[in-house]
Design a protein around this ligand. Structure first.
Ligand SMILES: Cc1ncc(C[n+]2csc(CCOP(=O)(O)OP(=O)(O)O)c2C)c(N)n1
Length: 632
């Protein structure tokens, strides 16, 4: 059945009775594909019925569906013309794991960051009304994503503008990990035992037990009273106060109920919210049982749900894991250390810290802006906060980093995970802008470790220094290394790893290894390259740069981030400053162009950006040749 559905028009030709078969086929296709490619399995499985119901009731793409985050859209992709290519999910040149406006007219925005859907939908609704057009607009958002403050800005504005939009709130009690916060508790109460029902039970008991003689009259009075009370304490009163009409909670896997309800609600006017309850991972036992593991799954065996052996390597450790252990170890002795995550205790490795020091661990929900301000508050009152946030999501907290941390000069440590190329998650998740956006912020110390041992040393350094510090590290796994005490991290001091005379390669973090490999390959061709492990993006090692500028006619800078406004440009500026009258060395920058980087494996993407050891060596050879000609 699924194969034949090239678009929602064909979906609508199916009868209600046929739809359950389709849901099975969709789930099977998603599980089969993600078991090979990896991807957001559990969220997509939970939204299958909702997806079918929405496309069944709406006239997409004229009508609009905006999926918050967009990690739940695999069923949407399958019924909007991407069945044939679905096996290429998240692969280089294949279809994206998130909505992509360049991929399909049914994907309205290219998204991947949470809590934006209501704002986007409201903007489109306001434009629709100015144009006098007819268009239904729906935003689909999960309970985890609703913890983002941006949603409340949008709800507030929607109630004020009174626009026709439908928000579907898909609750499954999970963010990536279990949802946290007061709002999450409120939603759980609505689902598990609506306040209204509890009240009615209490009222009836009261009438029966306390006033038996006048029971029937009291029952009538109570019924009236109940009507009034209903207005005050219906489940969605919170949303009603924002100016929304609230419907639900509804079983989000009951297709017929969903379709009937949606048809009714879509014909109404004004801001509406439909609350559906779903099971994360629905229909595939391992993902229902382990929704955290299958939120963003790596390839697995379909029969058991076990991770495929080829994706495991026991000798390799991720930067996240080493961060996780080290920070927990440091916190044993240093009672001032507190840790903060914005809904990513597993992804950032802070789960370990949370287990060891629950009272010093804070999961603030998907709320990066709040996380940073909150960290500033903790630091102001004498603690040592470590906020672990992915590079891409930290973008959201730019202003808070600037004002709450930098302007106050508070000793907060930003542990920036997933810095650089992240792979399959693609354009919205690449952590390639953080150097450029943090470098210009006063007071910050910015660092990047060359290996796992150096990450540990940098963490020690960061918790000791009384300044704002950011450490960026990549999404990759390596063999463990030990940091020798003789190397000791000193503020703004780089490390010479290899002497040379023809060219100096100044490499940052993850680029140190390919720079060293390129240097040994170049040596075979009689090119003698020095390699410097920069360690610091800020402050730069002025003394060393002066020395290099005097000794070398050619310098290369290497970083896993955009060149524009990046580390290499800082080196160029500094060398320009320190060189004085002396002729400047010729400088070549290795890094990424100011463009969005698509999905693929990390290795493929680094290679296509010329950041692998062979491309580096090759380009340096050409650079040296052309520089010699140029100098003559
Ligand atoms: C700004 C931002 N922070 C963090 C994330 C990482 N993230 C992706 S999905 C997700 C959980 C979303 O939970 P929910 O909306 O309830 O959807 P579910 O996966 O439970 O269906 C998180 C934290 C993100 N995409 N955007």
């Amino acid at each position: 059945m699924l194969e034949k559905i090239k678009n929602p028009t064909e979906l609508k030709k199916l009868s209600l009775a046929e739809l359950p078969v389709l849901t099975k086929e969709i789930r099977a296709k998603i599980v089969e594909t993600v078991s090979k490619t990896g991807g957001h399995l559990a969220s997509s499985l939970g939204a299958v019925e909702l997806t079918i119901a929405l496309h069944y009731c709406l006239d997409t793409p004229k009508d609009i569906i905006i999926w918050d985050v967009g990690h739940q859209t695999y069923a949407h992709k399958l019924i909007t013309g991407r069945y044939e290519n679905f096996s290429t999910l998240r692969q280089l040149g294949g279809i994206s794991g998130f909505p992509s406006k360049d991929e399909s007219d049914y994907d309205v925005f290219t998204t991947g960051h949470s809590s934006t859907a209501i704002s986007l939908a409201l903007g489109m609704a306001a434009a629709r009304d100015i144009k006098g057009a007819k268009q239904k607009i729906v935003a689909v958002i999960g309970d985890g994503s609703l913890t983002g403050g941006l949603c409340f800005e949008a709800l507030n504005n929607t109630g004020h503008l009174n626009k026709d939009i439908l928000v579907i709130l898909n609750t499954n009690e999970m963010s990536i990990s279990p949802s946290v916060g007061a709002l999450s508790n409120y939603l759980n109460k609505i689902i598990s035992k609506p306040i209204y029902n509890r009240f009615r039970e209490a009222l009836q008991n009261f009438v029966k037990t306390r006033i038996p003689l006048v029971g029937s009259r009291m029952f009538k009075l109570a019924a009236k009273f109940e009507e009034v009370l209903k207005g005050l304490i219906i489940p969605g009163i919170f949303f009603e106060e924002f100016g929304f009409r609230y419907f639900g909670p509804l079983d989000g896997h009951n297709l017929e109920l969903l379709i009937n309800t949606l048809n009714n609600i879509l014909s109404l006017k004004g801001p509406r919210i439909l609350h559906v309850v779903t099971t994360k991972g629905k229909g595939y036992e391992p993902s229902e049982n382990f929704p955290v593991q299958f939120h963003s799954a790596v390839p697995f065996e379909i029969d058991t749900g076990e991770i495929k052996l080829s994706t495991q390597n026991e000798n390799l450790y991720s930067y996240t894991e080493v961060f996780s252990k080290k920070i927990t170890e440091l916190a044993q002795d240093n009672k001032k250390i507190v840790a903060i995550t914005a809904a990513m205790p597993d992804g950032t490795g802070l789960y370990r810290f949370a287990e060891a020091f629950p009272e010093r661990f804070f999961d603030v929900g998907i709320a990066e802006e709040h996380a940073i301000c909150f960290a500033a508050g903790l630091a102001k009152n004498g603690l040592k906060p470590i906020a672990a946030i992915y590079s891409t999501f930290l973008q959201r907290a730019y202003d808070q980093i600037m004002e709450a941390i930098s302007l106050q000069n508070l000793p907060v440590v930003l542990a920036i995970d997933r810095a650089g190329i992240v792979g399959g998650d693609g354009v919205t998740h690449q952590g390639i802008f953080d150097i450029a956006y943090l470098k210009s912020i006063p007071n910050f110390v910015l660092m990047a470790p060359k290996d796992l041992g150096e990450l540990e040393a940098m963490l020690e350094f960061a918790v000791d220094i009384n300044k704002p510090v950011a450490i960026r590290y990549p999404k990759t796994s390596e063999q463990l290394t030990k940091f020798s005490l003789a190397e000791k991290i000193k503020l703004g001091k780089s490390q010479i790893l290899r002497e040379g005379k023809d060219i100096a390669l100044i490499a940052l973090g993850s680029m140190v290894k390919p720079a060293m490999q390129a240097a040994s390959d170049l040596a075979k061709e009689n090119i003698d390259a020095a390699v410097i492990n920069a360690r610091f993006i800020k402050p730069l090692d002025e003394q060393l740069l002066k020395d290099l500028a005097l000794r070398f006619k050619m310098i290369a800078t290497l970083e896993e981030g955009i060149i524009d406004g990046g580390f290499g440009i800082s080196i160029l500026e500094k060398i320009n400053q320190v060189c004085g009258e002396k002729e400047l060395p010729k400088i070549i920058h290795f890094g990424l162009p100011t463009e969005f980087v698509t999905h693929g494996t990390r290795e493929e993407l680094l290679e296509s950006a010329g950041l692998d050891k062979d491309s580096i060596a090759q380009k340096i050879k050409v650079f040296i040749k052309s520089s010699v000609v140029w100098q003559r």
